[in-house]
Design a protein around this ligand. Structure first.
Ligand code: THU
Length: 130
């Protein structure tokens, strides 16, 4: 398996998921080849939980990566069928990454790669605000 997918699997181990016990990892690569990782971080209120994908995006943005300067993201979870990003994460990914390459991987090495547009075909974005 590629180092990029292994990074998503490795950071998954850091997930703070005492409520769902559902651990997710994400790895996000920018145009310069830098990789930003994230895991889901849950909260006792449930609603304040942040998904792995959004943690990775916000880490990268806070480190100075410019919006849309990303090339691919990997999402790792322990599900038979690879886990896709939730609706909220699809919206955030579209805003910051555009039609990025998205690879989903599980612990058995089942891998599926799509473009974000395939799973988020009619996004709302800033083009509607002009
Ligand atoms: N979760 C993610 O981190 N990413 C996904 O793609 C799906 C869901 C998290 C949120 C919550 O901590 C747990 O998985 C169960 O929904």
């Amino acid at each position: 398996m590629s180092p990029f997918l292994l990074a998503a699997l490795a950071v998954r181990e850091n997930a703070h998921a005492p409520y769902s016990h559902f651990k997710v990892g994400a790895a996000l690569e920018d145009k310069l080849g830098r990789v930003f990782t994230g895991c889901n971080v849950e909260n006792a209120t449930y609603g304040l939980t942040v998904c792995a994908e959004r943690v990775a995006v916000f880490k990268a943005i806070s480190e100075g990566v410019r919006p849309r300067d990303f090339v691919r993201i990997a999402v790792a979870a322990d599900t038979e069928q690879p886990t896709p990003p939730c609706g909220a994460c699809r919206q955030i990914l579209w805003e910051f990454c555009g039609d990025i390459e998205l690879t989903m991987v599980n612990l058995h090495g089942v891998i599926e790669t799509v473009r974000l547009k395939e799973i988020f075909p009619r996004p709302f974005d800033d083009s509607f605000l002009k």
